[in-house]
Design a binder for this molecule. Sequence first.
Ligand code: NDP
Ligand code: MG
Length: 398
Amino acid sequence: MRPAGLAILGSTGSVGVSTLQVVSANPGEFPIVALTGYSNDALLYAQCEEHRPAWAVLVDEAAAERLERRVRAAGLPTRVDSGTQALQRVASLPEVGRVMAAIVGAAGLLPTLAAARAGKQVLLANKEALVMAGHLMMEAVRAGRGELVPIDSEHNAIFQCLPPPDGQRAQGVRRLILTASGGPFLDAPLESLAAVTPDQACAHPNWSMGRKISVDSATMMNKGLEVIEACWLFDVAPGDVDVMIHPQSIVHSMVEYEDGSVLAQMGCPDMRTPIAHALGWPRRVASGAPRLDLVASTDLSFRPADTTRFPCLALARRAAEAGGTAPAVLNAANEEAVAAFLDGRLAFTGIAAVVAGVMDAIGPEPVQSLEHVLDVDATAREVAAREIDAATRAETPA
Ligand code: NDP
Ligand code: MG
């Protein structure tokens, strides 16, 4: 039996906050051992006051010092630590049985791997870790006798539509169908996309999420990352995973079987539902999410995804097919390009162009080790920085 203790990596983020709401909706069920963030000491302090974890970690040292002073002054039972090593340490504590991996981006890789190696049940929101190093992650789960339960709404839906006990590929599955809302620019004129602003890109029609994944949803890189995520989680090839635009975000994904059956999981677009499913699994627990009004949801439509509008989806498929280090290159280039877009240094349409340039420059290699993946990640970021500079110079009038 695993201990009941829960560590939430990224508790100050969108998924982290939703996780704590589900914890509060089930008093006494999910004792919190550790909460972590990057630098948001004000929110982490409020979470410590409410949930009284044994540990709180902020990567940023100055923010951790501020947190420590307040925690001590209030007499809370929480010890405060700082730095990236501390994330790995709290993810591996013996009193922790399950770890919510909800850090955004490549920064989540090492702590999520640490949790898997330590045999924890990993509730995986941090898809970038699996995209970068899927092979190493799955190996760590096996070696540590841990378990992965998907939090991403599509993968959680597929997990629910596959037979128990562990969501591995079932006999008779014809394909997995990931649904995608299409984001805020699904029907926008193509020529308007070059001028969209970060706030427009982050205004998702159905979901409220952190800024990085919101931009990924607008480019549909998010869906591409999810194709790769599905291949690792459910042991299928990229060609077995289809993407379907479903603007209402009510059907969260589907599994089609050989006999013609298509199983779908539905619900309101609210991350508390997949989070509660994963926390309670195999039981069902309260989530606090609104109930789906079927009468009001009559308009469920589906259409194919258009890779002219969404070139990032095609780039992610190319990386999925190439395998090896290609997904790590894709992910690093995308993270750099999205950060540049959010900073106003790159046009929205520049994101796909930068990712394509980096993928052209760095060919795929078989993954040798974690160090190899981290090296490739660093190189891809350097090449991306040059591509972003070049794109900026090209856009700036002389
Ligand atoms: P947010 O940006 O809202 O939150 C990110 C969290 O990670 C915050 O706690 C942040 O701390 C922390 N963090 C940021 N950078 C670092 C770093 N370098 N080292 C350690 N911690 C860091 O992200 P989301 O909650 O939206 O997304 C989290 C993950 O879940 C992503 O991988 C995303 O793809 C995935 N996901 C999210 C969904 C959603 O609905 N939001 C849905 C499905 C998947 P601080 O607040 O202090 O900056
Ligand atoms: Mg998703």
